[in-house]
Design a protein. Structure first.
Length: 144
């Protein structure tokens, strides 16, 4: 069971790193980022088909997978599950699947903050109340 959770976590990490790499690439080239993605991955033009094409390797009955949700302008645009939640009991992943991610989310939060620092969108020296104004003042500055 540990191996299956690890595979799903690894998939999420790879996708996060791929997205970060794409962001760096888009700052370097003259073509639009979407054109580079379409040409490099040979994806269909419909964005939902693009998502399905990206996750096709993990959509079978013999692979762990993930759930994907896309929102645009504050509304859910697309939600789909790919692959299996439990290979032993043939349980498919759906958009309603519950994942017990526990402490692994801390690593992705830290990585995301690191990306925002690199992009100059926040500083590790910022007071946390700049982003969470509802946080009470405890007499000392709590930084990112």
């Amino acid at each position: 069971m540990q191996r299956k959770s690890l595979a799903s976590s690894f998939l999420f990490l790879c996708l996060t790193l791929a997205a970060a790499g794409e962001g760096a690439e888009s700052r370097q080239g003259s073509r639009s980022p979407q054109a580079r993605v379409d040409n490099r991955l040979n994806l269909p033009t419909d964005r939902h088909q693009q998502v399905d094409a990206l996750f096709a390797p993990w959509s079978g009955k013999t692979t762990p997978g993930c759930a994907v949700g896309i929102s645009r302008d504050g509304a859910q645009d697309y939600a789909r599950g790919y692959g299996m939640s439990n290979l032993e009991y043939d349980v498919k992943i759906t958009p309603q699947s519950i994942f017990h991610i526990a402490s692994i989310s801390k690593q992705f939060t830290a990585f995301s903050i690191g990306l925002l620092v690199q992009e100059g969108k926040l500083s590790l020296d910022d007071d946390i109340r700049k982003y969470l104004p509802e946080m009470p003042d405890h007499g000392k500055t709590i930084t990112m």
